[in-house]
Write a protein that binds this ligand. Structure first.
Ligand code: FAD
Length: 492
């Protein structure tokens, strides 16, 4: 990742920097803009909303408390994101947790009545894959020894045949793969329901096995791959703003509340300009869309729709997910880590008053919880969602929360619904993911749904932005982008 970044700085300086309209100020858009400015071009980032970050955006409620679009975890196996933090000089904002994976054991309590957790501990002194294997072998609460052996045997083809096998498994769901490999159902129920919900907010009956194998591969190949970090505060201010500042300091532009309403074409189907919702037009030398795939599909010009590259976007659809914040009047847990809930409605959760320096509170808990799968809940009122979540929390915190109201009190809550979030990674989706270079010479795509090996994630988004910036810079050097005559071609 460091060498890839350096390549932008080492590229021959363009004779004339290109004006590049980057649509969207999520991680893909901001990453693309950063690397375009490193390559000597001028990004103009157009963001529809009044907040940076897209799916990592956050805002303050009337009390000044932060509400986030999603609970976000950074992994050791995120080379481009970690490199971005280094390049921005903000590495200290990543708060790394102990190298463990912690699963709740719903319905099981410790001798003194507290929720029981089962831990996979990765020994610090062992390299990958030994640290992962020891972590799995030493945990006997979730899987029996024979079940682990059967799962290990099932994984052999992935170990022997590598990436090719991982990609071939996209035709199977996690559940189908487990059956085919003779892995006992209990492995699926104990571990993979929680993992599938955390990876893509859906169940293993729907998730592509490629997604799970890709994550497992990274975790087993990289010693710190499965190590997790929380950002030390809200992503828009702690991560996105430094990304924006970086390109602004190098001549880039950021225009907030600038929603594009359509893409205007020349006769040769190249992009002529962007029609904005306020009626103005933005004209640039080249264009990068980082809009989520569902919005992009609505925005495609008629002339592009029959092209196979754009037509296959129809195979990708956003998955619904709900992020919940609950503020309690006292501490519910002392675990400073991500927790896999293993409950029917919830995916992962964390007590952000412990895990995140910026939200620290020594007296009270603020739980952030991912509610998934959310298909049947996304249309329901917030009150119903909170009520259902409380029902699950009574089981997760049997000692701290009491139905009779004598335990911790819920002070307030916030429900953030994202009806179309990252693309739903059901079996067979890999075929539909577009590469960053489109058949249109001055139009490029980025966003976590575009083709790259890090799935729909912050790493995937950041890397896709970098790949699009590279493709565009290379095209500029190869002179394949039809340039506008004047250097000051961008008009609002
Ligand atoms: P987006 O963030 O969607 O950015 C697209 C931008 O385009 C937005 O800012 C949008 O406002 C803008 N836009 C849209 N239409 C227009 C228009 N017409 N004109 C101008 N601008 C427009 N990933 C992880 O790695 N770890 C996690 O723990 C994790 N947890 C998550 C939890 C939740 C609840 C959610 C929803 C996501 C989570 N993710 C996680 C996924 C991660 O957030 C995304 O993969 C990533 O942020 C996507 O970035 P992006 O830039 O591709 O898209």
């Amino acid at each position: 990742a460091a060498a890839f970044s350096q390549a932008f700085i080492d590229m021959p300086r363009p004779e004339r920097p290109l004006n590049v309209a980057v649509i969207g100020a999520g991680l893909a858009g901001l990453s693309c803009a950063k690397y375009l400015s490193d390559a000597g071009h001028k990004p103009i980032v157009l963001e529809a909303r009044d907040v940076l970050g897209g799916k990592v955006s956050a805002w303050q409620d009337k009390d000044g408390d932060w509400v986030e679009t999603g609970l976000h975890i950074f992994f050791g196996a995120y080379p481009n994101v970690n490199q971005m933090f280094t390049e921005l000089g903000i590495r200290d904002r990543l708060q790394w947790k102990s190298h463990s994976m912690i699963f709740a054991m719903p319905g099981q309590q410790t001798a003194d009545g507290f929720q029981r957790f089962s831990r996979f501990e990765f020994p610090a002194l062992l390299p990958a894959p030994l640290n992962g294997l020891v972590a799995i072998l030493l945990n006997n609460e979730m899987l029996t020894f024979p079940e682990k052996i059967q799962f290990g045997i099932g994984l052999l083809p992935a170990i022997l045949f590598g990436q090719k096998y991982v990609e071939e498994c996209d035709s199977l769901t996690v559940s189908e793969w487990m059956k085919k490999q003779g892995v006992p159902d209990r492995v699926n129920d104990e571990v993979f329901i929680a993992m599938a919900k955390a990876l893509n907010f859906i169940d293993p009956e729907n998730l592509s096995m490629t997604v799970v194998l890709t994550a497992l591969n990274r975790f087993l190949q990289e010693t710190h791959g499965s190590k997790m970090a929380f950002l030390d505060g809200p992503p828009p201010t702690r991560l996105c703003q430094p990304m924006a500042d970086y390109m602004l300091e190098r001549g880039g532009e950021l225009r907030m509340e600038q929603r594009i309403s359509s893409i205007l074409l020349n006769d040769d189907k190249t992009v002529k300009g962007l029609k904005m919702q306020d009626g103005s037009t933005v004209v640039a030398d080249a264009y990068v869309s980082t809009m989520p795939v569902d919005i992009l599909k609505l925005m495609l010009p008629q002339e592009w729709k029959p092209m196979p590259y754009f037509e296959k976007l129809n195979g990708l659809n956003g998955v619904p997910v709900i992020n919940i914040h609950m503020w309690f009047d006292r501490k519910l847990t002392t675990v400073d880590h991500l927790l896999f809930s293993r409950s029917p409605l919830l995916s992962v959760y964390a007590d952000m008053s412990l895990t995140c320096k910026g939200y620290r509170d020594d007296e009270k808990s603020m739980l952030e919880l991912v509610f998934a799968p959310a298909k049947d809940w996304i249309g329901k009122p917030d009150e119903a969602i909170i009520e259902a979540t409380m029902a699950e929390l009574y089981r997760l915190f049997p000692n701290e929360l009491n139905k009779d109201g004598s335990g911790a009190q819920l002070l307030k809550s916030a429900v953030v619904k994202t009806p179309l979030s990252v693309y739903e990674a059901t079996a067979g989706r890999e075929l539909y993911r577009p590469v960053q270079t489109s058949p249109i010479s001055n139009f490029f795509l980025a966003g976590c749904f575009t083709k790259q090996k890090y799935l729909a994630s912050m790493e995937g988004a950041t890397f896709s932005g970098k790949l699009a910036a590279r493709a565009l810079s290379d095209a500029a050097i190869a002179d394949t982008i039809p340039l506008k005559k004047a250097a000051s071609a961008v008009a609002a």
